[in-house]
Design a protein around this ligand. Structure first.
Ligand code: GLN
Length: 487
């Protein structure tokens, strides 16, 4: 039962072949069986989930309409607020925070009938690419226990790959939905900036953050996005752009679509198996009728440094609110001499090493004298990068790259070297800097004997998730990578 897509589960419940409670029980049992080894969940909300599932069954029996995700179990990244459910962002500073409200994304999922099974582990405040920056310990990759599931939404991706839920929410500031999806062999979609309300997402870098779905098929990503998308009065940056029928785009027809390939950018440091899987995926799409065109992204090599300037600057500002006064952890140390001391001890005790590093970097690049040299310069390069993409989208409908330059790396492999960890984001950060939608879909395995998943990343025009979903769905019809399961 736990193997099916969200759509299949919804249809089975709607047709009365299985009840929402039976589905919920099966997934909770699955979580109980595999989570001790994976550590993908910070919290499992079994009783609440069963009660909600029972509610769906009652409403169905009464002939009431139940919604496009009725009875579908979902896992929620632990940086999204769920009313009454402990929400920590995997940080000690929030270890007792119980939000009094729902994130809009969460509220929309529940209104569509989805059943929340728990909160997933992630890098602290979504800062990381390996899930090792969590106060609750790393998540293990379901394909290989000694490997990282990616980050920061590692728990969400691992949970979906291990069939603890058919669908999960992640957040993506510089790749945190796509890279873990790639590492865990599942589908992850970062929508256009503003497509999904960020209300109730614990902010990391507000000009880059976006919430999106992780699932096992492009069609489930489309289904989830149709529920999540749309304006929200509680988030002034949410877009009023009309929300198209994403499911209607899944025609299987890619004839004439132009796929731009930035060959010069996809060279250095790309693992040989990743390159081969990438080339084969492009070839598959070409044989299905798409056209490959060469494009140039001359400023993409600066995307990683630009990202780590902009993201840390915004983080240092966003995280200033965690001061021990209004909510979250407060230092009770005896030696606290006054307010300032309490602030600094609270933050010292509450934040982990990577979060502190980012706050310091961000404060530095925003400080007088360095602002122009770093922050302002980064924003200028960001504009150049946008112009690169504008030019690319005159020649191509989407841009293709590997999601990650390497297959899932080993736990501990990059923890002593933050720079190496940051370089893992080379192909994902530009979509966030420009606001573009991007998706990662499974496209093969590296080190085939070990079966380490590889992802294909497609980036689209602003608000054109439809073309990404169409291509991804068509690719899934031609290949069976997305159907493979870890043992
Ligand atoms: N790995 C990137 C970082 O550490 C991206 C994180 C994210 O998208 N939340 O900042």
């Amino acid at each position: 039962m736990v193997g099916g897509s969200a759509r299949a589960i919804h249809d089975g419940i709607a047709a009365g072949r299985v009840s929402a409670v039976e589905v919920c029980r099966a997934f909770l049992e699955r979580i109980e069986a595999v989570n001790p080894a994976l550590n993908a969940f910070n919290l499992v909300a079994a009783d609440r989930a069963l009660a909600r599932a029972g509610e769906i069954d009652r409403r169905r029996a009464a002939g009431e309409s139940t919604g496009p995700l009725a009875g579908v179990p979902v896992a929620i990244k632990d940086n999204l607020c769920v009313r009454g459910m402990r929400t920590t962002a995997s940080s000690r500073i929030l270890d007792r925070f119980i939000p009094p409200y729902d994130a809009t994304a969460v509220q929309r999922l529940e209104a569509a009938g989805a059943v929340i099974v728990g909160k997933t582990n992630c890098d602290e405040f979504a800062m990381g690419s390996s899930n090792e920056n969590s106060a609750y310990g790393p998540v293990r990759n379901p394909w290989a226990a000694d490997r990282t599931p990616g980050g920061s939404s590692g728990g969400s991706a691992a949970a979906v790959a291990a069939r603890c839920a058919p669908l999960a929410l992640g957040s993506d500031t510089g790749g945190s939905i796509r890279q873990p999806a790639s590492f865990c062999g599942v589908v992850g979609l970062k929508p256009t900036y503003g497509r999904v309300s960020r209300y109730g997402l614990l902010a990391f870098a507000s000009s880059l953050d976006q919430i999106g779905p992780i699932g096992t098929t492009a069609s489930d990503a489309a289904l989830a996005l149709s529920v999540l998308a749309g304006p929200d009065p509680a988030d002034a940056t949410s877009s009023r752009q009309p929300v198209p029928d994403f499911m209607a785009a899944l025609t299987g027809d890619v004839e004439g679509l132009r796929i731009g390939v930035p060959r010069a950018f996809v060279t250095e440091g790309v693992d040989e198996d990743v390159r081969q899987a990438f080339d084969e995926a492009l070839d598959t799409l070409r044989r299905a009728g798409a056209t490959l065109v060469d494009i140039d992204l001359p400023h993409a090599t600066y995307a990683t440094p630009v990202y780590y300037l902009v993201a840390t600057a915004e983080a240092s500002s966003n995280l200033a609110r965690y001061d021990g006064v209004r909510y979250g952890h407060r230092s009770r140390a005896d030696g606290n001499q006054g307010l300032k001391e309490m602030y600094s001890r609270t933050r010292d005790e509450g934040f982990g090493a990577e979060v502190k590093r980012r706050i310091m970097l961000g404060t530095y690049v925003l400080s007088a004298g360095y602002y122009d040299a770093f922050y302002l310069k980064a924003q200028q390069v960001r504009t150049l990068l946008r112009q690169d993409y504008d030019a690319a989208f005159e020649k191509a409908d989407v841009v293709a790259m590997p999601t990650s330059p390497t297959p899932p790396f080993r736990l501990g492999e990059k923890t002593d070297d933050p720079l190496q960890m940051y370089l893992a984001d080379v192909f994902t950060v530009s979509a966030n800097l420009v606001g573009l939608p991007a998706i990662s879909v499974p496209c093969g395995f590296a080190e085939r004997s070990e079966r380490l998943p590889v992802g294909l990343q497609l980036t689209g025009r602003l608000f054109d998730e439809s073309t990404l979903l169409k291509l991804s769905d068509a690719y899934e019809r031609l290949t069976d990578w997305h159907t493979q399961r870890p043992t």
